[in-house]
Design a protein around this ligand. Sequence first.
Ligand code: 5GP
Length: 184
Amino acid sequence: MMDPIIVIVSGPGGAGKGTIVEALIHRDSKLWLSRSWTTRIQREGESDDAYVFVQRAEFEKHIADNGFLEWTEFLGNLYGSPRPSVDSGLDIVLEIELHGAQQVKQSHPEAILVFVRPPSREEQQRRLQGRGDPEHHVVERLRKAEDEEREGAVLADVVVINDDFERAVAEIQGIIGAARAERR
Ligand code: 5GP
């Protein structure tokens, strides 16, 4: 079987990467979204399967068991992508922050790193506030976005600005299509 294409979608909170990834998965039955583990508390209204929500001890045990493809600490919580266990023949999408993305690029240099940017800081703030994070988290994430965007510009294979949702999704679909064509 051919190796799966690994698409990493990264970008600051409120860039809209979750919605983009959802659309990619919905529109392309050959894509599989990796479900991350986190020690973060589930947000109000957040779906139960947004993450595997675990206690820190369980997460740390999984690190010790070498169960993660990558993991990191982000604003005080642990996040990690479990190693995909079955080879389903589907291409893999990871929605993760940049430190994790770098780890995946190290172990899988052929992985495609897409960095999604919000159209503006104002729009990003509006989106972050809209999902019910406490205000100090919003401020923290907006501050972090400055560094992430600087690093993203250097590390990413492609930077996609999410000012027009359909165009942004189509752009990423195009990148995946090109990678598939190249693999054949
Ligand atoms: P949030 O708390 O907003 O759900 O996620 C915070 C950040 O962690 C986001 O940038 C999100 O993409 C990232 N993230 C989610 N899952 C993982 C993961 O498994 N590994 C890494 N490295 N980052 C993750």
